[in-house]
Design a protein around this ligand. Structure first.
Ligand code: PLP
Length: 409
């Protein structure tokens, strides 16, 4: 290290990220990993990814792509083969007709959303999101210069946004509503009957666009039918971005491939952002995604059934714990349990559990289970468990959480 690098001032952060930290979920994951390195038997139920492996036929397609030399830059927002596969998927599963230039692919659904907000938000523009919301929603909006507007969705309403609350949150500065069904972190999903009144509100406000985050589409339980906004309200399709990806449905989180359907005017603006950031998503991942979207789909339903079984187990365990209650989520792979009954209690080491974050810290430090506080998602006091974990880990973790709760007085 030379003298100048030792004495250099720390990097000055730009205003646009001054209020944003690396996600709390990643921080908890890092803390858990550190404890594991110290030899602690930590169980992490914080991750937002399936514990299954990417299907073999998808891996093979990627290997074939490498061997065939598909290792160069591709068209900016997706190869013709991938765009055709996305188009087919929207038609087959959602009854949506998108032209080839009305679909786009990026390095994950996250990048697609980032593109959309960077492309459309001016300073102070507002984006409404149903709280609890996926943490990245608010942070992406902030980075793009917008203002996140969380609307509290109570447990009594199934954590679903209510039409009157949406109406009240809309201002002349509102540019977007974000909807996520099934939801991370609550697992709540909207039936057509529950979604329709929200879309009616949007119809009355033509300046508001809709971002429908359908990434957990295939993880919907008890036979509930998935419905997406543009399908239910075709009159809104011209101002709806329907976002999806292969991460959750096909156990492909590491491949970084997300996609969307939407109007050309929006997609061409999003292409500008992608062209000067990442350019195309990985050529290999695109070939893999074609195989995932057009290949056999049986695994998707097998995994869904496995997740439903785990949900039932975890919800039953949580509801048997003193001070905890948990609504049965309709989808995704998360439970969002209420821990209001634990707030104010004292742990054997003397610490007071004064928030959901304090409860989660106690669980990790005293019982080696990592879960995420509801406050990270804009709604407290709750904690989120990801049940995308092995049956053995879920059983052991639930036993530890039960012991942890019982030890509070
Ligand atoms: N949307 C929601 C609600 C998510 O929970 C996640 C990932 O956790 C994503 C989008 C991003 O998925 P991708 O891996 O495609 O970027």
């Amino acid at each position: 290290m030379n003298e100048s690098s030792r004495t250099a001032a720390p990097a000055r952060r730009a205003q646009r990220i001054a209020a944003i930290e690396v996600s709390e979920i990643l921080r908890i994951g890092a803390l858990a990993a550190e404890r594991r390195r110290q030899g602690r038997p930590v169980i992490v139920l914080g991750a937002g990814e399936p514990d299954f492996d990417t299907p073999d036929h998808v891996k093979e397609a990627a290997i074939r792509a490498i061997r065939a030399g598909q290792t160069r830059y591709t068209a900016l927002d997706g190869t013709p083969e991938l765009k055709a596969a996305i188009q087919l998927k929207f038609k087959r599963e959602n009854g949506l007709d998108y032209a080839i230039d009305e679909v786009t692919a990026g390095a994950g659904a996250k990048q697609v959303m980032f593109n959309a907000f960077m492309a459309t938000l001016d300073p102070g523009d507002e984006v409404i999101m149903a709280a609890p919301y996926w943490t990245s929603y608010a942070d992406i909006v902030l980075i793009a210069g917008g203002r996140p507007v969380p609307v509290r969705c109570s447990e009594g309403n199934g954590f679903r946004l209510q039409p009157q609350d949406l109406e009240a949150a809309i201002t002349p500065r509102t540019r977007w509503l974000m909807l996520n069904s099934p939801s991370n972190p609550s697992g709540a999903a909207y039936t057509a009957q529950q979604l329709a009144p929200l879309l009616e509100v949007l119809e009355r406000h033509p300046q508001v666009w809709l971002l429908s985050d359908d990434i957990y589409e295939h993880l919907l339980y008890d036979g509930q039918q998935f419905v997406t906004a543009a399908q239910l309200a075709p009159q809104l399709k011209a101002r709806t971005l329907t976002v999806n990806g292969v991460s959750k449905s096909y156990a492909m989180t590491g491949w970084r491939l997300g996609y969307a359907g939407g109007p050309r005017s929006l997609l061409s603006a999003m292409a500008v952002v992608q062209s000067q950031s990442t350019s195309n998503p990985s050529s290999i991942s695109q070939a893999a995604a074609v195989a995932a979207l057009t290949g056999p789909q049986e695994l998707v339903t097998q995994w869904r059934d496995a997740f439903q079984r785990r949900r039932d187990f975890v919800v039953a365990q949580l509801n048997a714990m003193p001070g905890v209650s948990c609504r049965r989520p309709e989808g995704a792979f998360y439970t969002f349990a209420n821990c209001a009954g634990l707030i104010g209690r004292r742990a054997p080491d003397g610490r007071v559990i004064d928030s959901d974050a304090a409860f989660c810290r106690y669980l990790l430090e005293a019982h080696d289970v990592a879960v995420v506080p509801g406050s990270c998602f804009g709604l407290a006091p709750y904690f989120r468990i990801s049940y995308a974990a092995s049956d053995a880990d879920l059983r052991e973790a639930c036993e530890r959480i039960a012991v942890a709760c019982a030890a509070l007085h």
